[in-house]
Design a protein around this ligand. Sequence first.
Ligand SMILES: Cc1ncc(COP(=O)(O)O)c(C=O)c1O
Length: 390
Amino acid sequence: MSNKPSIQVFRPTFRVEECLDEIRQCLEMGWSGMGFKTVELEKAWCEYTGLSHSHFLGSATAGLHLAIKILAKKHGWQEGDEVITSPLTFVSTNHAIMYERFSPVFADIDEHLCLDPESIESRITPRTKAVMFVGLGGNTGRLKEVQELCQRRGLSLILDAAHMAGTRLDGEHVGKQAEVSVFSFQAVKNLPTADSGMICFASEEDDQAVRKWTWLGINKDTFARTVVQGSYKWYYDVEEVGFKYHGNSIMASLGLVGLKYLDRDNAYRRQMATWYKELLSDREDVQFIPMGPGCETSQHLFQLLINNRDEVVSQLASNGIHPGVHYRDNTEYDMYAYGNGTCPNATKVSASTISLPLHMGLTRSDVETVAKTLSSILDMHCASQRAICA
Ligand SMILES: Cc1ncc(COP(=O)(O)O)c(C=O)c1O
């Protein structure tokens, strides 16, 4: 057997007995679908974040789609209208805009790897309706400036907060800055389930609307009809051609347990980031990503910028260390190639970003192993480059 470490970029930690206890309640009650634990989690998420509305979903991708759909209907957007968005994100962010036949317009990123307010401003046209801001890795970047810009220019602000469970801005949980914020509780996120998410609208009316859209357009949920009202009122109305996007009680059970540990877990993530920074601080060939002003990050990712990224990643892999890359510039994909060349910072970062392993199963000694191995690989590159130059 190889004695090399096997250190993955992500690995979720579940408090197994507590999760099983929550899930057992669902199984014993005979209620594993929407309602029961999903209602408990929505309430707990509102209490935890201070946000006024939360609706539990099957995924954040579903939430981003409905964020676009509901705001478009409310504000009267027309097919082909534009949403300014980030090229450095998971494709869900931009697919959500495409699902509703609007046009993603890419603006460039800044040193926080989030949308740059100046670049956003330069991309506004008469067809621009909204800005989709991605809190990459949990960083708030210059979100407050973007919020002010959206207010000034009459644009909706959607926050892709997939990485931001537990991120605080000026001491308060992030989310209030936007008309709608969407969090992911997918398997490797800070609050892991298997697949689920939460959509948080600022307005009561939008929150009511999203509850219909996530259940096929039906205007009442089954739990309310059977358990709350006591008799099965099957004579419901269907007001929209909605989707099957709501979350279920098994996922919510995992979320309820995870939420109790979220702050503690995120504090440990930030501790690991501090260790990485200390261990790599002497290197001139490693660039750290600064947090935005007022940001206490969820530290979903620990990203660096380095040269020869692809070679370094494969050399780390041959040493049993498996980092990630978040993300490829979306304009490198066929779907979004029309934006290629419009965001030079994103293109550069796409070629040089690496996410070091960061999860609750790692110890200080694992972090040291990763940092030491990375350092010696970078030293080798440095030496070979000097040899070429000489
Ligand atoms: C930035 C970003 N947005 C959206 C999503 C979609 O989340 P989900 O997998 O819950 O649909 C992800 C998931 O990785 C993401 O990283």
